[in-house]
Design a protein around this ligand. Structure first.
Ligand SMILES: Nc1ncnc2c1ncn2[C@@H]1O[C@H](COP(=O)(O)OP(=O)(O)OP(=O)(O)O)[C@@H](O)[C@H]1O
Ligand SMILES: [Mg+2]
Length: 225
């Protein structure tokens, strides 16, 4: 049976940032539920709070008020160490600018999430590199790869430790349409194989259409469309 990623619930979440003596409310009474294994696109203008939403769901940030729950874990009830552990064990990230570690080879970049989780890589890294079509680049450093290749490594890195939850912040934002399409194909296939829950921030209508559902960040609220 395919494993299933976690459910996500945000209940009446407020999140603001203080800046220059002023408070800027990003989310106000925002609520959202995502089903296990669902794939959700998050849309909204720049500065609306899309990355903030991902930071809350991954426990990088805590809400000022309200609840963020992943399965039955209330992230607000965990101390920082437990939240770090939660992220290492259960979350995989893909970023707009790939965020590979430049001083590590492709293989070493992929080994890192496994090491942090305390798992032996075994054949896992080679398997995943083959799945993203980069088996022959294991010993390359990231700056030797094209943008699309780096993002394929980043997709492999996000999934290598078998997290149930994948968070992607504009994963095609720095790629041309064709290269972005290849990356989304891979992300979609690997997420489906893993049965993971996927939350992807994007400005791409075509990427959003391929997800199960779209959520728009609109004046501090999360609106399902
Ligand atoms: N750590 C922080 N400190 C101060 N303000 C912050 C912080 N993080 C985010 N903000 C502010 O919160 C608002 C929402 O930011 P966020 O990064 O979530 O937007 P976004 O929707 O992801 O935008 P973009 O599409 O440009 O990436 C912005 O006004 C931003 O300046
Ligand atoms: Mg953002």
């Amino acid at each position: 049976m395919t494993p299933t990623g976690p459910s996500i619930a945000l209940i009446d979440v407020d999140k603001s940032y203080a800046e220059g003596g002023r408070t800027h409310a990003v989310l106000t009474g925002a609520s959202l539920t995502i089903a296990p294994g669902e794939r959700v696109a998050v849309l909204g203008p720049s500065g609306s709070g899309k990355s903030t939403l991902l930071n809350l769901v991954s426990g990088i940030d805590l809400p000022d008020a309200g609840t963020v729950r992943v399965d039955d874990i209330d992230l607000g009830g965990l101390d920082e160490r437990s939240r770090t552990q939660f992220r290492r064990d259960r979350v995989g990230f893909v970023f707009q600018f790939f965020n590979l570690i430049p001083t590590l080879t492709v293989r070493e970049n992929l080994a890192l999430p496994l090491e942090l989780k305390g798992e032996d890589p075994g054949d896992r890294i080679g398997e995943l590199l083959a799945q993203v079509g980069l088996a022959d680049r294991a010993d390359s450093f990231p700056d030797r790869l094209s943008g699309g290749e780096q993002q394929r490594v980043a997709v492999a890195r996000a999934l290598v430790h078998r997290p149930g939850l994948i968070l992607a912040d504009e994963p095609t934002g720095n790629l041309d349409v064709d290269t972005g399409g290849v990356v989304v194909d891979l992300l979609e296939r690997l997420v489906a194989d893993a049965g993971a829950t996927l939350v992807v921030v994007t400005h791409s209508a075509s990427l959003a259409e391929r997800m199960d559902r779209t959520v728009r960040v609109d004046r501090g609220q999360l609106v399902s469309t």
